[in-house]
Design a binder for this molecule. Structure first.
Ligand SMILES: Cc1cc2nc3c(=O)[nH]c(=O)nc-3n(C[C@H](O)[C@H](O)[C@H](O)COP(=O)(O)OP(=O)(O)OC[C@H]3O[C@@H](n4cnc5c(N)ncnc54)[C@H](O)[C@@H]3O)c2cc1C
Length: 459
């Protein structure tokens, strides 16, 4: 259904009268701000945007979408906006106002609104010396991250973020508010932990958190000319490494921006970053095999757990970007050569970063009582990304991202990690056949009309 003057004057006004939050149409001031995704390379043009103040507003928006034949797309930040397209004919539910965080320090539990970002949660936990299985970037939303899996700097020790979810407050497509746990709505509880948000709109998430005040973490940077040597050493280092270490090797081309510190600005590096949850002397001993290579910059040190959000140097604000990922089962010599050919020192590439995050450990084992995704296959989680400063450059950046995926294709795992796939992919790339069948059954039971749409679809 497309936007008409009648919609604006009657239906939308009627909906606006039913919600405590806001209903924003293309005719309203603030339209361009409220429809904007974190990834500025994607221009979203829904029919209207609802910014709910609470679950009742979410229910009203779902009722309106159902009654007017629109799809409703929930979005917290828009980090994963790319596969959604332009949202023509959709109702965009912008959850950014649902941001409250309540910590129960004694129970080691946090409950956060669906629009909260990791920075909100980690800063609320820090005074209690608690930490969550949070993403590398403080402005990634908790919802998309946890609904899709969640790889943190503690993943190899404690598993995927979604395995720490103990309850979700949701509104299903019929407008009914439900508290979802292992006991109440167990199929929905299973589906929402790794199956994405297509089966229900989440309004709040309750998580188990860990006692963790400080952790040994940081990064080592070497000039990119040393990429071959460092990637090979890293591959050897991670072969039998303790689960207490969750780290990444990356090829990084730092843009020449004024707010980037001078030693890094405009230069290219190979780096190793991450966290080692061991007493300092044991972490130092573990890192010695890489430190012996003589990094140009070494920031590894004990740091507050809340500072983990800084070590990947993810952009702290919305950016126009093209990225995509894959999982590889191994990184033999041929794979390293193939990677370096497209992103190493000699490569002419517009990519900002190619990250290979170490999998395995608890992130590679099925979690007891886990959901649709409770572990990931493979040895490294790959993510390649470039900034798209001008839409005309989008094909070149997307081509460079695809070149990385193509180079590593011979070592591709059977499945990918949904949160690192930023293109439209067949559902069979993300979920095993039995998991997909069960997810489809949950979708059919709770959203038979297909009112809710999220980035990765089950079809
Ligand atoms: C800079 C950057 C750093 C990242 N770092 C990490 C990392 O360290 N580890 C990791 O695992 N991933 C990481 N990611 C990937 C990230 O987990 C995904 O992009 C994730 O989907 C973002 O969630 P969001 O809520 O911020 O994004 P959104 O784009 O708002 O949402 C993502 C998806 O979830 C759906 N959704 C959002 N809110 C709801 C809701 N309330 N109910 C139902 N469905 C909902 C959306 O429809 C969409 O399909 C990173 C991505 C970027 C761009």
């Amino acid at each position: 259904m497309s936007l008409t003057e009648t919609d604006v004057s009657d239906d939308f006004r009627d909906l606006a009268g039913r919600v405590a939050g806001s209903v924003v149409t293309p005719a309203d001031p603030g339209w361009d701000t409220v429809r904007q995704a974190w990834n500025l390379a994607h221009d979203q043009h829904p029919d209207l945007v609802v910014v709910p103040a609470g679950p009742d507003d979410v229910a009203a928006a779902l009722d309106f979408a159902r009654e007017t034949g629109r799809t409703l797309v929930p979005q917290g930040t828009g980090h994963l906006a790319a596969p959604l397209g332009d949202l023509a004919g959709c109702l965009l539910l912008n959850t950014s106002a649902l941001r409250g965080v309540e910590v129960d320090a004694d129970a080691r539990v946090v409950r956060a609104g669906a629009g909260a970002v990791w920075g909100d949660v980690t800063s609320a936990l820090a005074p209690h010396s608690l930490a969550a299985l949070a993403g590398s970037s403080p402005d990634v939303g908790i919802s998309g991250y946890l609904l899709g899996g969640g790889y943190s700097w503690l993943a190899r020790e404690h598993g995927l973020g979604c395995t720490s979810v103990i309850a979700l407050d949701v509104v299903t497509a019929d407008g009914v508010q439900r508290h979802v746990t292992a006991e109440q709505e167990p199929e929905l509880f299973w589906a929402l932990r790794g199956g994405g948000g297509t089966t229900a709109v989440v309004t709040a998430i309750t998580l188990r958190v860990l006692p963790l005040a400080t952790i040994y973490a940081g990064m080592l940077l070497f000039p990119i000319e040393r990429a071959g040597e460092v990637v090979r050493a890293y591959e050897r280092w991670t072969r039998d490494i303790t689960e207490a270490a969750t780290t990444c090797v990356r090829l990084l081309r730092v843009p020449p921006l004024p707010d980037v510190p001078e030693p890094l600005r405009g230069r290219a590096f190979v780096g190793v970053n991450g966290a080692i949850d061991l007493p300092e002397e044991e972490a130092v001993a573990l890192l010695a095999d890489l430190r012996v290579l003589g990094p140009e910059l070494d920031t590894f040190a004990p740091m507050p757990a809340a500072a983990l959000g800084a070590i990947n140097m993810d952009p702290p604000m919305p950016v126009p970007a093209a990225g995509d990922g894959m999982i590889i089962d191994d990184l033999p010599e041929d794979a390293i050569a193939a990677l370096l050919a497209v992103a190493g020192p000699e490569a002419q590439t517009p990519l900002l970063a190619v990250d290979l995050r170490n999998l395995g450990g608890a992130a590679g084992r099925p979690a007891p009582g886990g959901g649709a995704v409770d572990h990931l296959p493979g040895r490294f989680l790959v993510y390649a990304v470039g900034i798209v400063p001008d839409p005309a450059l989008a094909p070149a950046v997307a081509g460079a991202v695809e070149a990385v995926r193509g180079a590593l294709a011979p070592w591709a795992a059977e499945r990918d990690y949904a949160n690192f796939r930023e293109t439209v992919v067949p559902a069979s790339r993300l979920w095993a056949p039995d998991v997909l069948e069960r997810l489809r059954a949950v979708k059919a039971a709770y959203d038979p009309q297909g009112v809710i749409r999220t980035a990765h679809q089950l079809a």
